[in-house]
Write a protein that binds this ligand. Structure first.
Ligand SMILES: Cc1ncc(COP(=O)(O)O)c(C=O)c1O
Length: 452
């Protein structure tokens, strides 16, 4: 195994910490203020990186700017939301006049009908759809719906799979995978959740034989888990086994939807899921993005006309669901993606090429790292072998500080992403070759500094 010279690493860290402190004094001040009112100084824990985050004031295209005036190439793009870059003019122009007529009606509206018609016409296997206010919410209602459909209890999820903060699947995200991820979550709340290693069909098969499994919930490519792609056979087998077992196959496409391909993981892997969960891109860049849809015989359980009694159907709702802002912006942006599907080939090729280049650099540097992912979802892991599951990324790390110090190193040189523990990039279609090369050069330079 490659040996890291800790003294060299510490030197790179110290030098870069000094630069960061010099460049970000206003962020430091804001962090100190924020810590008093926002626990940990942030609104969302994953957005923290040490010693404090750069607080952002503006975002446009592929760039974000912090309060100190530093400009960054953004490779995180609003948690993977902004596939056409930050604030695309045609979306903003379209919505800005419309919101004068109401931001949130609280009544049914034409925009939700039109958007649902469009999505069910253009997305694979989505016969009916309902909107939600986040990916978390969409997952919550989907799991309920699955259980309502086959009257079973257990859900299988995968190690490293992040599906939002809902209690029942707030387990199996980080090791130890069988402990709830948080305080305040009694084990009883997750007792019907089974956690399997990603890309491991044997464990799933065993669970399906042993428990009454309502559904298998899977990301076609682990997103927050480090952009680790499913092996084709794994997903195919999941499809076959769930069918055999009368369990539902749910694709969580909150990241992969409209990203891997217009039709997300279903299209990329050519696999039909029973239910699909969407978020992020589906909201057109505005908060409140979420949806779930799929087989109409399952979605039927939400239909209050066919099932007038509340307890005979699966409940779903929310104050902001189907609001005009998300519906209009989502429709405008998603229709653009549909009308320009050819952009996906170029987009994925560009990042496949980047992945190959970075992997070669890893190889030339004593295999200090491995690349993962598919198309535009790119992970880089400092592990002893190529990860095909999340446990390898965590339990076979060469050194905890390598990705952390790279994060600091990259941000000092004008590249930003999240998180500092895991290099996983969710770029936009408008990032160009120069920006990619800049990232690759910074990465190469980093390896040179710590290894030579
Ligand atoms: C695959 C996946 N599912 C669900 C969620 C939760 O979505 P939200 O943060 O909109 O609640 C996320 C968020 O990152 C995600 O990556």
């Amino acid at each position: 195994m490659i040996k890291i010279d800790e003294t060299k690493l510490k030197k790179v860290y110290d030098e870069n910490l000094k630069i960061y402190l010099e460049k970000t004094s206003r962020s430091k001040e804001l962090f100190e203020r924020a810590r008093k009112v926002l626990p940990g100084g942030v609104s969302y824990t994953i957005r923290y990186y040490s010693p404090y985050p750069a607080y952002i004031v503006r975002a446009k295209g592929t760039r974000v700017w912090d309060v100190d005036g530093n400009e960054y190439i953004d490779l995180w793009m609003g948690h993977g939301t902004h596939i056409l870059g930050h604030s695309p003019d045609f979306v903003i122009d379209n919505i800005s006049n419309k919101i004068r007529e109401g931001t949130h009606f609280g009544y049914e509206n034409i925009y939700a009908v039109e958007y649902a018609e469009f999505l069910t016409k253009t997305l694979p296997n989505i016969e009916q759809i309902r909107f939600a206010s986040s990916g978390t919410e969409a997952n919550m209602y989907t799991l309920r719906l699955a259980r309502a459909y086959n009257k079973r209890r257990y859900i299988i999820k995968f190690e490293g799979g992040w599906h939002g903060g809902l209690d029942q699947i707030h387990i199996g995200v980080t090791p130890p995978y069988n402990d709830p991820e948080t305080l305040g979550l009694p084990h009883d709340f997750v007792k019907y959740t089974l956690v399997a290693p990603y890309n491991n069909i044997d464990v799933v098969e065993k669970y399906l034989k042993t428990y009454d499994v309502a559904a298998v919930l899977v990301e076609p490519v682990l997103g927050a888990g480090g952009c680790i792609e499913a092996r084709r056979d794994f997903l195919k087998e999941l499809r076959r086994l769930t069918q055999e077992n009368d369990s539902l196959l749910i694709f969580d496409e909150v990241i992969t939807g409209f990203r891997l391909a217009y039709g997300g993981g279903q299209e990329h892997y050519d696999i039909k899921a029973d239910l699909v969960v969407y978020g992020k891109i589906i909201g057109g860049g505005f908060p409140g993005a979420g949806a779930f849809g799929g087989r109409s015989d399952v979605m039927d359980l939400l239909d209050h006309i066919k099932r007038p009694k509340g307890r005979e159907r699966s409940g779903h709702g929310g104050t902001f669901v189907g609001n005009p802002v998300n519906m209009i912006a989502g429709y405008v942006l998603v229709k653009y993606l549909y009308d320009h599907k050819d952009l996906y080939t170029e987009f994925n090729n560009r990042w496949d090429h980047a992945r190959r280049k970075i992997d070669k650099i890893c190889e030339e540097n004593d295999r200090i790292c491995w690349t993962t992912g598919v198309g535009n979802m790119l992970g880089i892991h400092f592990t002893t072998r190529r990860p095909w599951d999340h446990r390898t990324t965590r339990l076979e790390k060469i050194n905890d500080d390598l990705p952390k110090i790279f994060h600091l190193y990259a941000r000092n040189r004008g590249v930003l992403y999240i998180s500092e523990d895991t290099i996983h990039l969710l770029p936009s279609m408008i990032h160009n070759d120069d920006e990619i090369d800049m990232f690759i050069n910074i990465f190469t330079q980093y390896l040179n500094e710590i290894l030579r």
